[in-house]
Write a protein that binds this ligand. Structure first.
Ligand code: AMP
Ligand code: ZN
Length: 114
């Protein structure tokens, strides 16, 4: 029996609605449903992978993901800067186990992160 599709796979397939802000053949950018900054976008590989580290095997897809993030940052007018975060595993704060980058911008970021 096939495993149930994860929520981000359902967004990729168009089964679950999302505010799409950019797309390539390999990657999709959507607005986070619970934003923590004026711009809070998730950039995800269309293919289901649990962790971003799995993309080291696919350098083209990895570059595509970061290219889309940079394009969205430019579209959002984040020329003063932005932050890209990828939470990995339970201690890293990951709650959705479909790899994704968080792109934050539109306010001054604090350091260190929580
Ligand atoms: P993480 O906790 O790093 O795995 O990030 C998961 C992110 O996905 C959280 O910031 C959630 O607010 C966001 N999220 C969960 N479900 C959806 C959804 N259906 N559409 C958009 N963002 C979502
Ligand atoms: Zn998935």
């Amino acid at each position: 029996m096939r495993a149930p599709m994860c929520s981000f796979c359902r967004i990729v397939e168009g089964i679950l609605p999302a505010a799409r802000v950019g797309e390539t053949a390999h990657s999709l950018a959507i607005r986070d449903i619970d934003p923590h900054a004026p711009t809070h976008v998730l950039v995800l590989p269309k293919r289901h992978l649990q962790h971003i580290a799995e993309l080291v095997e696919e350098p083209e897809e990895l570059a595509d993901l970061f290219r889309l993030a940079a394009d969205v940052a430019a579209d959002e007018g984040l020329e003063r800067g932005y932050r890209i975060v990828t939470n990995t595993g339970s201690e890293g704060g990951q709650t959705v186990y479909h790899a994704h980058l968080h792109l934050f911008g539109g306010r001054r970021m604090v350091w260190p992160p929580g």
